[in-house]
Ligand binder design. Sequence first.
Ligand code: FAD
Length: 307
Amino acid sequence: VSSQAVGGLVRRLGPRARLDQPLGPLTTYRVGGRAAVLVELESEAEFPALAGAVVEAGLEVVVVGKGSNLLVSDAGFPGVVVTLGESFSWVDTDPAGPAATAGAATTLPVLARRTAAAGLAGLEWAVGVPGSVGGGIRMNAGGHGSDIEHSLLSARIADLLSGGVREVKRAELGYGYRRSDVGPHHLVLSGRFELRRGERQASDRVISEIVRWRRDNQPGGQNAGSVFTNPPGDSAGRLIDSCGLKGFRIGSAQVSDKHANFIQADPGGSADDVRRVMESVRETVSRETGVMLQTEVRLVGFGGWLE
Ligand SMILES: Cc1cc2nc3c(=O)[nH]c(=O)nc-3n(C[C@H](O)[C@H](O)[C@H](O)COP(=O)(O)OP(=O)(O)OC[C@H]3O[C@@H](n4cnc5c(N)ncnc54)[C@H](O)[C@@H]3O)c2cc1C
């Protein structure tokens, strides 16, 4: 990284820009190296200055939410990592909508529980996804027969290249299965969801069932959920299992014994081991079944995405 570029950024942003920060603790894998610069945005008013400084520095930028779908390389990320502060964590429920609006740093489980408590149905599935509203909007997170696209009305999105902020309707977001047109230079600030009038007890029952199902079927520990997306008409976990890869290990990383589409990292483990397991699984599944799995987990600092 050019120290001149970093110096310029620090001059413009002051103590907001923190140098050489560890990224592992910001992710659920809890492995990987450091970011050259980490900036936590505290309010939308600060955004134009951040965007201007990033453009002027010419550094690569990545937004990190709850880090539950990210693997950061052991070498770290030689650019600017942007995160959202606590002030972006809020939920406004609107029974008349019926709708809810949430800040992008709100966790999806909190959104699920707050809307259910307000008698609004439709986001119960989100209780099982440990990401943020912003990460969920970008990834089109989903489960249990639903996803973000299903209820999102619009998202407030800031553009790190132009410095502009605008409310973007769902139809303009290019949604597909676990994908959207929200790009690396976009920062989601909030999302507005169209919900149904429901009953608190009914939603709470669904939430409890989902929590129980997750506990029974998914491993705990250091992972980022499903590593690969499901190919059309099949399940990535089933394909990986059919190749006898449950428990397959390289160094400090292994395919979960509980769910074949999860890769676990050992405490103090290495991101490069996780990536090696990912590549090895992909090669074996492709050789033995003819299906080339696509990565759902986003790779940061590996010199380009693995997709
Ligand atoms: C145990 C476990 C279970 C999981 N189960 C599911 C599941 O059932 N369904 C599912 O879909 N996913 C699942 N996931 C994956 C993950 O939780 C989702 O992809 C989630 O939406 C990621 O949100 P995040 O805030 O953690 O994003 P991050 O991991 O921080 O980032 C993911 C991507 O979103 C971008 N991003 C993050 N925040 C923003 C923002 N504010 N603005 C713009 N871009 C942003 C990042 O740059 C990156 O490209 C699971 C993960 C774990 C660990």
